[in-house]
Design a protein around this ligand. Structure first.
Ligand code: FAD
Length: 375
């Protein structure tokens, strides 16, 4: 019986495992993740300002595995040996016939251990819980978000919503090292977002960076020193450590270069944030829609490979993207149409509820959203 190992139970890895487990084929499917839960990442910022209980964003992987007939191992993958077809974890080695690398991405501190020690991150549900506790239990009055990309902007606007609901004052600042927020996105979107940030009294420092943090004292280049400040670091991501050390071709983001069938070699596929998939001369941005489609396609291609059939090429279709802002002035481009205001907000939450795992979580999420408060 062919043995398939999937590293990572995120969007890509789980969609691959679910597709394989329901295929008409006798397979041994093992999913390995260093966490116990599948975390619904796109709604993490909403836990801060919309009062979405983080419990509705975390689904137990063991339970999903039992329900769908695959095995789950909670271990961290440390390395892969392609020639022996083995992976090495913190608990030993496991052989495979097919390997799917779906280990996603994690916060990049660019080697700055000082910032890593003090800054908060938003990589998973536990991170969101830590920020919520800090908001409730500590009395920070300044919030500095490093990174003016999607996540930084979502976090900043959600923090403003949190304080607005609590009727409290707070200084909220986004620090962005390049000339503009939202990097390669269209100018109208940047202008719209800048205006909205000003409406929410969120300051933006461009061509600026956090240089040092000492407890709750934060040093920002070219600015005053900020005391009593909490830092959320959303200034970039990198692939898992074992990928960085893997003897394989990678792009400048450290993502694995794959062929048109999402393969590194005949027995190994890489998908989602971990993979560099060329799309119209550029690499695909990191997004849930691509990870899910790639997971499904990889499952089909593994079965085709077992049956010695020609593999199906990956032809991504970009459905679009949204920058959700917590005062409902969101913006984005969906199916090629530019959107502003409440409609993209509604689309963001429809997508979140649709893709959240399990009926109970969907209902809980919707209930909290309708209450509309900060916890
Ligand atoms: C705060 C935030 C907001 C976002 N908002 C959006 C949005 O609105 N829309 C959108 O499309 N995308 C959004 N994204 C991006 C999106 O979540 C990712 O593109 C998507 O999760 C990628 O799926 P994946 O399967 O590649 O990786 P992930 O879903 O990240 O899953 C990777 C899994 O691999 C596991 N793993 C990692 N390393 C190891 C190891 N060494 N051993 C074992 N297990 C390991 C991790 O624990 C994790 O469970 C957001 C991301 C974040 C963090």
């Amino acid at each position: 019986m062919p043995k398939i190992i999937i590293i990572g139970a995120g969007f890509g890895g789980l969609s691959c495992a679910l597709e394989l487990s329901h295929a008409d084929c006798n397979l041994e499917i093992i999913v390995i993740d260093k966490k116990e839960t599948f975390d619904f990442l796109p709604s993490l910022p909403d836990t801060l300002g919309r009062g979405i209980n983080p419990q509705f964003l975390a689904s137990n992987i063991e339970a999903i595995a039992k329900e769908n007939g695959f095995e789950f191992i909670k271990e961290e993958v440390l390395s892969v040996d392609f020639s022996k077809k083995e992976i090495y974890t913190n608990n030993g080695k496991i052989g495979y016939d097919y390997l799917v690398i779906a280990s996603g991405s994690e916060t990049n501190f660019y080697g700055n251990d000082n910032i890593k020690n003090f800054a908060y991150t938003l990589d998973n549900v536990d991170d969101a819980k830590k920020i919520i506790s800090a908001l409730k239990e500590k009395s920070f009055d300044k919030f500095i978000i490093s990174g003016g990309g999607y996540t930084g902007i979502e976090v900043a606007t959600n923090l403003r919503r949190f304080f607005y609901k609590k009727k409290k004052e707070a200084k909220i600042i986004i620090v962005e090292k390049s000339k503009s927020i939202l990097g390669p996105l269209p100018e109208w979107m940047k202008n719209y977002t800048r205006k909205n940030l000003a409406r929410l009294d969120i300051e933006v420092f461009t061509q600026s960076a956090i240089t040092r943090i000492e407890g709750s004292t934060v040093y920002v280049s070219g600015q005053e020193v900020f005391d009593n400040a909490l830092v959320v670091w959303a200034a970039g991501v990198k692939t898992a450590k074992f990928i960085q050390e893997l003897n394989a071709e990678k792009n400048t983001q450290g993502r694995l270069m794959v062929d048109n069938n999402l393969r590194l070699n005949d027995n190994c596929f890489a998908i989602g944030d971990a993979a560099d998939v060329n799309y119209k001369g550029n690499y695909l941005r990191m997004a849930v829609q691509f990870a899910i489609v790639q997971g499904n396609l990889t499952a089909k291609n593994i079965i085709r490979s077992i049956k010695h059939r020609k593999l199906v090429e990956h032809k991504p279709i970009d459905l679009g993207y949204i920058i959700p802002m917590a005062n409902n002035y969101s913006c984005g481009n969906v199916f090629g149409v530019n959107l502003k205001g409440k409609l993209p907000t509604l689309l963001h939450f429809s997508m979140c509820i649709y893709r959240t795992y399990g009926f109970k979580n969907k209902i809980g999420f919707l209930g909290d959203l309708l209450k509309g408060g900060a916890r």
